[in-house]
Design a protein around this ligand. Structure first.
Ligand SMILES: CC(C)(COP(=O)(O)OP(=O)(O)OC[C@H]1O[C@@H](n2cnc3c(N)ncnc32)[C@H](O)[C@@H]1OP(=O)(O)O)[C@@H](O)C(=O)NCCC(=O)NCCS
Length: 156
């Protein structure tokens, strides 16, 4: 169990994803990676469950700002099923996972497309601070490298 909270009488749980979970399609206009090959290393997956239904998926991986364990940060991502978007679940889930990950790293970051204003606002609601733009940082489903906005929370 990563986190469990009650909001307006509804239970929201974030837990590790299992092989048998029936997850919603997590592709969007921003991401369409499917279950394709990921960079080897520390890559973790979770599901967001509201009143027993899996409403979305989350993942995080290590990013290293130096060779020591102390300079490892986590980078996290999220995708909700379309019918669950725009109701506050994304910012809640990102706040909860951020809290959890800050127990094992000093910094948790999340980046998103410069055009994805919904995710930018959701991250701000989750307590992340906008740091700047990373140019041509991520290849998208359209095969082009897009600029990303970097957000982060730190233990401080
Ligand atoms: C991005 C995502 C995780 C956000 O979660 P969510 O539950 O839909 O969003 P939230 O309800 O937490 O917050 C969205 C905020 O953005 C605002 N918003 C939405 N569209 C907006 C727009 N075009 N311009 C400005 N603000 C916008 C909403 O009003 C809301 O802010 P408010 O509560 O202050 O009104 C979810 O929409 C999703 O899964 N989208 C598809 C996948 C994706 O983009 N993942 C992130 C890839 S990095």
């Amino acid at each position: 169990m990563i986190a469990a909270v009650e909001v307006d009488g509804r239970t929201c749980v974030i837990r590790s994803r299992s092989e048998t979970d029936n997850c919603p399609d997590d592709s969007s206009e921003w991401d369409a990676w499917g279950d394709g090959e990921t960079v080897p290393g520390e890559h973790h997956r979770a599901v967001i469950v509201v009143d027993g239904d899996i409403i979305g998926t989350m993942s995080w991986h290590a990013v290293h700002y130096g060779p020591t364990v102390g300079s490892r940060a986590w980078s996290m991502g999220i995708a909700l099923a379309p019918q669950w978007r725009g109701q506050g679940w994304g910012s809640l889930a990102q706040r909860l996972l951020g809290d959890h990950l800050l127990a094992s790293a000093h910094r948790v970051e999340a980046s998103t497309d410069v055009d994805n204003v919904t995710e930018q606002r959701s991250l701000e609601k989750a307590g992340f601070h906008r740091e700047g733009v990373l140019r041509a940082a991520q290849m998208r489903a359209d095969g082009r490298h897009h600029d990303l906005v970097m957000y982060a929370r730190t233990r401080d």
